[in-house]
Design a protein around this ligand. Structure first.
Ligand SMILES: Nc1ncnc2c1ncn2[C@@H]1O[C@H](COP(=O)(O)OP(=O)(O)OP(=O)(O)O)[C@@H](O)[C@H]1O
Length: 210
């Protein structure tokens, strides 16, 4: 049974049809990757399946239709567009803020994420002094923290070095083994090949199963 299904999803903004009859399913415990050139519609599809934009068509989660503006039915960790990190706080404090909103996430979980992505664990280093790649890794860490059923990452390899991409691949495989469902948008071919169970090619607002 699919965790998420998109059926005939279309989106028009100012008379421009940006998504056209997008239909595909996301199976539980799999890694689905949306790939395609800049502006093809990957981010809009991610927003549609998260109920973040109003659409025509149907998105079901656990076989129930999603309703715009209603609470999302499952717990999701999300990185879309710029990472939402607070510059005056340390990496630990940024993750702690999210952990405090969740139950059962302790210091050990936070430290494991910091170590996995080679981020400073000290109280001295504020995020304001982080490089672009470090901020991106912290944004990924925010999405991976906690017991999320679904993890959605938009272009996670942006600004990451080779070692960090390898760490991310290992972490995504580990999460998949733990039964998480992962959806990623990426135009990084090697990364896509390394992680994808299913590839959805997005072209001019249409989606094709590769
Ligand atoms: N709020 C909006 N208003 C008008 N056009 C929009 C809006 N959001 C997205 N678009 C347009 O929709 C198209 C798809 O955008 P989207 O962000 O989904 O692309 P993408 O495939 O994620 O691109 P990238 O690889 O650059 O992240 C683009 O042409 C974009 O300009």
């Amino acid at each position: 049974m699919a965790l998420i299904q998109l059926q005939g999803v279309s989106k028009t903004i100012r008379r421009q049809q940006l998504l056209q009859e997008v239909s595909f399913s996301i199976e539980r415990g799999t890694i689905t990757v949306l790939t395609g050139i800049n502006g093809s519609g990957k981010t809009l599809i991610l927003k549609a399946l998260l109920g973040l934009i109003r659409i025509k068509g149907i998105v079901t989660v656990n076989e129930r239709p999603l309703q715009f503006g209603k609470r999302y039915p499952i717990q999701a960790g999300i990185l879309i567009e710029m990472p939402g990190v607070l510059p005056e706080f340390t990496a630990y404090e940024n993750l702690r803020l999210i952990a405090d909103l969740m139950s059962g996430v302790g210091d050990a979980d936070i430290l494991r994420i910091l170590q996995q992505f080679d981020l400073p664990t000290t109280k001295a280093t504020k995020v304001r002094s982080f490089s672009l790649g470090m901020k991106q890794k912290l944004g990924i860490g925010q999405a991976l923290l906690g017991q999320n059923d679904l993890i959605v990452l938009d272009e996670p390899t942006n600004a990451l070095d080779t070692q960090s991409i390898e760490n991310l691949i290992a972490e995504l495989h580990r999460l998949q083994q733990a039964g998480k469902t992962i959806v990623v948008a990426s135009h990084d071919r090697d990364f896509v090949t390394a992680i994808a169970d299913k590839v959805i090619r997005v072209e001019a607002g249409r989606a094709y199963e590769a």
